[in-house]
Design a binder for this molecule. Structure first.
Ligand SMILES: Nc1ncnc2c1ncn2[C@@H]1O[C@H](COP(=O)(O)OP(=O)(O)OP(=O)(O)O)[C@@H](O)[C@H]1O
Ligand SMILES: [Mg+2]
Length: 366
C-alpha cells in the first residue's frame, strides 16, 4: 500500500471516546474529504495522522512505512490549518523557507521550490510582504505554499477555506482543484461544507458518532447513502425522511404506505427487513418531489416555507399527517407559504431505511 492506511484507530479524551475503530485506505495520488458534523472527530483524526495527537490504539501507515511512532517532522506530511498559522514577523518567503532551513535543505534548492510554489499559487509578487499585509485568501495560499515546498507524501488540510468569504472561497476551491493536478501526493481535506467535499474530492469519508459512516465517491454517497445519517447529511436541502410502513409488494418491488394514506410503488427490490407492515423511513430528495399539474393525482400538502434561489425554488411543505417533505420547482415559483398544493412524488427514486439502519436503494429502472 503506497498511500495512507489507518488500521483500527481509536482515541479517547479522558472517559470520552472520540474515535472508535477507524480503518481507511487512501491511494497515493487520491484527494479525499473528511465530511461530518462538528465534534465528529475529523480534526482529531487529521492530527493523529500528522502526529500532533497520540492514538490509544491502532496503526497509521504511509508509503509502506508505519508512522504512528514517528515524530511529526519525520512523517513526510504537510498540514494546512484553518487559521493559516503563519509567523507574523517573517516575510512570505521566510515563512515558506522556515521548515526547509530547519530540515537542512540547501539554499538554492529552497529558492527553487519557493519560486515554483509561488508561481503555482500566483503569489510570486508577494514574497517580500508580511502576512499582516495580505488578505485572508492570500495568507491561506501562503500556508498552502509552505506545505507544497516540503514536497510531502501527504497533504492534510483542516477546513482550509472556512475563513474566506464566499467569492474567495469559490476561487480558492478552484485553485485547490488545480493544485491536486500539479502535486504528486495524496490530499486529505477536512470540511463540514458538503459542496466543497462533493466538488473537490475523489472520495468522501463521512464521519459521525466516532466512526466512519461511509466511504465512497461523491456520486455514491449522494445516490446510495449507506444509512439514514449519511442520507440526511449529504445533499442540500437534506433528504426528507418520512415515517412509513411497508404496504406490500408489487411483484418483486416494495410498495410503501404513508400515514397520510398514500400508497407509493417504489423501485426497491424486496429484501430482508421489508416484510409487509414493517416500520421504515422513506427518503425522498427534493428533486423527486414536484408540484402536480392541475387535475392530476398527488399528495395534498400545505406550504411552510418557500426558498427561491433564482434558478430553482425549494418548497418546504407538510403532508396531511404533519410529515415534512421538500419539493423542487423550476425558476422563481409564485407559490406562497400557507398555500395548499398537490405534490407529485417520483416514488421510483425513493430510498427506504429500516429500523436497524440498513439502507435500501432503488434498483435499476425497468
Ligand atoms: N484536546 C482535547 N481535549 C478534550 N476533548 C477534545 C480535545 N480535542 C477534541 N476534543 C473532543 O473530541 C471530539 C472531536 O473533536 P474534533 O475537533 O476532532 O471534531 P471535528 O469533527 O473536527 O469538529 P469541527 O467540525 O467542529 O471542527 C469533540 O467532542 C471535542 O470536544
Ligand atoms: Mg475540526
Amino acid at each position: 500500500m503506497s498511500g495512507l492506511e489507518l488500521i483500527d484507530v481509536s482515541k479517547s479524551y479522558g472517559a470520552t471516546r472520540v474515535l472508535d475503530g477507524v480503518s481507511l485506505a487512501i491511494g497515493a495520488g487520491e484527494f479525499v474529504a473528511f465530511l461530518g458534523p462538528s465534534g465528529s472527530g475529523k480534526s482529531t483524526l487529521l492530527r493523529i495522522i500528522a502526529g500532533l495527537e497520540s492514538l490509544d490504539a491502532g496503526e497509521v501507515w504511509l508509503g509502506g512505512e508505519r508512522i504512528d511512532g514517528l515524530a511529526p517532522g519525520a512523517r513526510g506530511i504537510a498540514m494546512v490549518f484553518q487559521h493559516y498559522a503563519l509567523y507574523p514577523h517573517m516575510t512570505v518567503r521566510e515563512n515558506m523557507a522556515f521548515g526547509l532551513v530547519n530540515a537542512g535543505v540547501p539554499k538554492d534548492e529552497i529558492a527553487r521550490r519557493i519560486a515554483q510554489a509561488a508561481e503555482t499559487l500566483e503569489i510570486a509578487t508577494q514574497l517580500d510582504k508580511k502576512p499582516g499585509q495580505m488578505s485572508g485568501g492570500q495568507r491561506q495560499r501562503v500556508a498552502i505554499g509552505r506545505a507544497i515546498v516540503k514536497k510531502p507524501k501527504l497533504f492534510l488540510l483542516d477546513e482550509p477555506l472556512s475563513n474566506l468569504d464566499a467569492a474567495l472561497r469559490g476561487r480558492t476551491r478552484v485553485e485547490l482543484a488545480q493544485l491536486r493536478t500539479r502535486v504528486d501526493a495524496a490530499l486529505v481535506m477536512v470540511t463540514h461544507d458538503q459542496s466543497e467535499a462533493m466538488t473537490l474530492a475523489d472520495r468522501i469519508v463521512v464521519m459521525n458518532d466516532r466512526r466512519i459512516q461511509q466511504v465512497g465517491t461523491p456520486a455514491e454517497v449522494y445516490a446510495r447513502p449507506a444509512n439514514a445519517f449519511v442520507a440526511g447529511f449529504v445533499g442540500s436541502p437534506a433528504m426528507a425522511m418520512l415515517p412509513a410502513r411497508v404496504a406490500g409488494h408489487d411483484g418483486a418491488r416494495v410498495r410503501i404506505g404513508l400515514p397520510c394514506g398514500a400508497d407509493l410503488p417504489t423501485a426497491i427490490p424486496a429484501a430482508a427487513g421489508l416484510e409487509e407492515g414493517a416500520p421504515v423511513t422513506l427518503g425522498l430528495r427534493a428533486e423527486h418531489v414536484t408540484l402536480a399539474p392541475p387535475a392530476t393525482p398527488g399528495l395534498p400538502a400545505r406550504i411552510d416555507l418557500v426558498e427561491r434561489l433564482g434558478d430553482r425554488t425549494y418548497l418546504y411543505a407538510r403532508l396531511s399527517d404533519g410529515s415534512e417533505i421538500i419539493a423542487h420547482a423550476p425558476g422563481f415559483s409564485a407559490v406562497r407559504p400557507g398555500e395548499a398544493v398537490t405534490l407529485a412524488v417520483d416514488a421510483a427514486a425513493a430510498h427506504v431505511f429500516t429500523a436497524d439502519g440498513t439502507a435500501h436503494h432503488p434498483g435499476p429502472r425497468a
